[in-house]
Write a protein that binds this ligand. Structure first.
Ligand SMILES: Cc1ncc(COP(=O)(O)O)c(C=O)c1O
Length: 462
């Protein structure tokens, strides 16, 4: 769609209900972050001004979704909302069978238990925290086969979510296809900064997997955002609709795990969708043990209705253009201030490159964690660490993994904040950047055994 040059664009919705925000003083924020052990996950949300912790479950639902909530059929079994959701998944993603779960990790749990045997290897285009943990808990080992450019925050590769086919071939040669239950393909790769995979690459991954009889399971959490980048950047897709591109992506894979809390614009929900009857049947048996009956899987009927409607909204062009456009707006403002960010600007947030931002800090002083705390102190913006803390320890050596990407994620909830909020955020980050030489590192004083980033506590390192 061509844009008249002198016209600004604005959010494609108007605001019907508001939630007032609390403004705090610097002294109040100093007390709050100390009490939270310098971990933004442990702050009380009422002490946060602009909450960019995550885009997960934080979306504003539409009037249609809220209306759908009133149509919740809260029957224990066979709720009509389940059938609506099943039909929506078939129509929008094209997968045959649906297992509802309470959120994404519920789906990952069922899938990992069903498909992974101890000693198996799961190649993927970069790890995600909960996904890898469920693979490991089932006895598997995740192996990263994403292209090298994904680990370089400054690389301008347009599809940093692409798989390196030589790396994938090497894993297959080394361990044998029989020890690879599936290749895990994420769209709009979260840990790489919301970077898309191209359809050209996915077609090649499919061909290689076909040669060896290996499944592809898709982490579809942000598939619509990925589809937007394909439409913008990949030759041959400019005139295709987001819905058509989403269907093509899903059609190249055998099933998906889904956190509906992102693309699907709801506050809670998820599912597993599968084409193979046998795998579906096994997962459907397990859902009853861990989530709930197979026609609700941990969701209320009203939640399933909101997901079904949200899936349809997620592939509307005006929505997705404004969603990704707002991220770009914030990212470009930060670039204008000279702040080092991951490029190209990704789908769901702007990722600050904490290693370049705070070169004085060794990675074991947790620069991204320290930077997230500092941003909160400046004006109450809450961000999230995605670096050495999130990466955890290597199970073999017990050492911090020290990942190549040490990032702070400013994640944008969908349809929640305005461009004016983005201006405030950009100015606050710029202020911290100007004073970066004064930022000190942190030491971890409490470390939970799993997914430590959620609950770890820190103190300033002297
Ligand atoms: C790519 C990706 N996969 C899986 C999940 C897990 O989903 P949930 O938080 O709904 O359990 C997330 C959540 O952030 C995610 O970003």
């Amino acid at each position: 769609m061509s844009e008249p040059r002198r016209r600004s664009w604005a959010e494609p919705f108007k605001i019907k209900m508001v939630e007032p925000l609390k403004m705090t003083t610097r002294e109040e924020r100093e007390a709050a972050i100390r009490e939270a052990g310098y971990n933004t996950f442990l702050l009380r949300s009422e002490d946060v001004y602009i909450d960019l912790l995550t885009d997960s479950g934080t979306s504003a639902m539409s009037d249609r979704q809220w209306a759908g909530m009133m149509l919740g059929d809260e029957a224990y079994a066979g709720s009509r909302n389940f059938y609506h959701l099943e039909a929506a998944v078939r129509e929008i993603y094209g997968y045959k069978h649906l297992v509802p779960t309470h959120q994404g990790r519920g789906a990952e749990h069922l899938l990992s238990r069903t498909l992974i045997k101890p000693g198996d290897v799961i190649p993927g285009n970069m790890y995600f925290t909960t996904t890898r943990l469920h693979q490991e808990l089932a006895g598997g080992l995740f192996v990263d086969v994403i292209i090298d450019e994904a680990h370089d925050p400054a690389s301008l590769h347009p599809f940093k979510g692409d798989v390196d086919l030589a790396k994938l071939q090497k894993v297959i040669d080394e361990v044998g296809a029989e020890h690879i239950p599936y290749v895990c393909i994420a769209t709009a790769v979260n840990m790489a900064g919301g970077q898309p995979i191209s359809l050209a690459n996915l077609h090649k991954v499919r061909a290689l997997c076909n040669e060896h009889g290996i499944r592809i399971i898709h982490d579809a959490t942000r598939v619509a955002e990925n589809a937007y980048f394909i439409k913008e950047r990949e030759p041959g897709y400019a005139d295709k609709s987001i819905a058509t591109i989403v269907l093509e992506i899903c059609g190249l894979t055998d099933g998906c795990t889904m956190s509906a809390k992102k693309d699907a614009l709801v506050n809670i929900g998820g599912f597993l969708a599968l084409n193979e009857w046998k795998v579906f049947e096994a997962c459907r048996n397990l859902v009853v043990v861990y989530e709930g009956l197979h026609t609700y899987g941990g969701m209320a009927g009203r939640d399933m209705e909101a997901v079904a409607i949200g899936l349809g909204e997620s592939v509307q062009f005006d929505h997705i253009r404004a969603r990704v456009g707002q991220v770009k707006y914030l990212g470009e403002k930060l670039q204008a201030y000279g702040v080092p960010i991951v490029v190209p600007i990704g789908s769901h947030g702007v990722f600050l490159d904490a290693k370049t931002f705070l070169p004085q800090l060794d990675q074991d002083l947790y620069p991204a964690q320290a930077l997230a705390a500092e941003l909160y102190l400046d004006c109450g913006v809450r961000a999230m660490e995605r670096g050495n803390v999130s990466a955890g320890r290597d199970p073999k050596t017990g050492q911090n993994r020290r990942p190549s990407l040490e990032l702070v994620r400013l994640t944008l909830p969908r349809r929640v904040y305005t461009q004016a909020h983005m201006d405030v955020v950009a100015e606050s980050v710029a202020e911290v950047y100007d004073n970066r030489a004064t930022v000190k590192g942190l030491k971890m004083v409490y470390e939970p055994s799993d997914l430590r980033f959620f609950q770890a506590r820190f103190e300033p390192f002297d």
